[in-house]
Write a protein that binds this ligand. Structure first.
Ligand code: BTN
Length: 249
């Protein structure tokens, strides 16, 4: 279905029926010097999530990775992850799904009865290479459970199909790319857009950092994409790379 992905966007498109991981393919392109390419696949045979988890990627989902060469210091690269979460949330809402962002980069359908506070619709996996002062390339991978059945996915997941019915993946991807393009042109506006869509802010949360647990009210996100938690002992800033799980407390 390459035609289904005939896009009009400021990204070149590389489409695969099947690939191990669009992030891996995007990394190859990035090291060859590519920029502003989106790698899309109908299915992935080795999809990767955060923290080396597997990411179920059956046919019908949106498995997409952007190759970027942003003019940003490495410390601000997390803004691109937040921008991707905002873009996916907006496209999902347009498709009729009640989507919100769960820190750090999950798009969920909020659900009080779920242990994790929501059923996961999409996730973002950002990888980069560069030096302390300069980014060489960034790959932003987005996995959206679009036209797939939740039974075919791991964990407490949902899909656009389950929430609102099947979507045109071409329209969905087009909206994500347009929105992302607007947001990357205005990195300072990303945080406010993220805050407006965040299910996590204002919630009492328990963040599992592996060797300790931080509990309190999630009050804000920093410009580096870290979560500010007001605990009984004062404010703590938790970084996404350290977070194993975040649950409602
Ligand atoms: C997460 O929530 O753990 C992040 C999931 C990211 C999945 C996407 S699907 C497209 C791209 N290719 C991958 O192998 N992973 C990302």
């Amino acid at each position: 279905p390459a035609v289904e992905f005939g896009l009009d966007a400021s990204f070149d498109v590389e489409y695969h029926d099947a690939v191990a991981s669009t992030n891996d393919r995007a990394r190859e392109l990035a090291t060859e010097g590519a920029a502003d390419v989106v790698v899309l696949a109908d299915r992935q045979t080795g999809g990767r999530g955060r923290r080396d988890r597997e990411w179920s990627s059956p046919s019908g989902g949106i498995w997409a990775s952007l190759v970027l060469r942003p003019d940003l210091p490495p410390a601000r690269v997390p803004l691109l992850t937040l921008a991707a979460a905002v873009a996916v949330t907006d496209a999902a809402r347009e498709a009729g799904v009640d989507a919100a962002i769960k820190w750090p980069n999950d798009v969920v359908v909020p659900d009080e009865t779920s242990e994790r506070g929501g059923r996961k619709l999409a996730g973002v996996l950002t990888e980069m290479e560069g030096e302390a002062s300069r980014v060489s390339w960034v790959v932003v991978g987005m996995g959206v459970n679009a036209n797939v059945d939740p039974a075919d996915l791991e964990g407490e997941a949902t899909s656009v199909r389950a929430e609102a019915g099947d979507v045109s993946r071409r329209v969905f991807v087009q909206r994500v790319l347009e929105r992302f393009d607007d947001l990357r042109a205005d990195p300072d506006g990303v945080l406010d857009a993220w805050r407006e869509r965040a299910a996590t802010l204002g919630q009492r949360v328990r963040v599992d950092l592996g060797d300790e647990t931080v509990e309190g009210e999630a009050v804000d996100v920093t410009e580096h994409g870290a979560l500010v938690v007001a605990t009984d002992d004062g404010e703590r800033v938790v970084h996404s790379g350290d977070c194993q799980h975040l649950r409602p407390a």
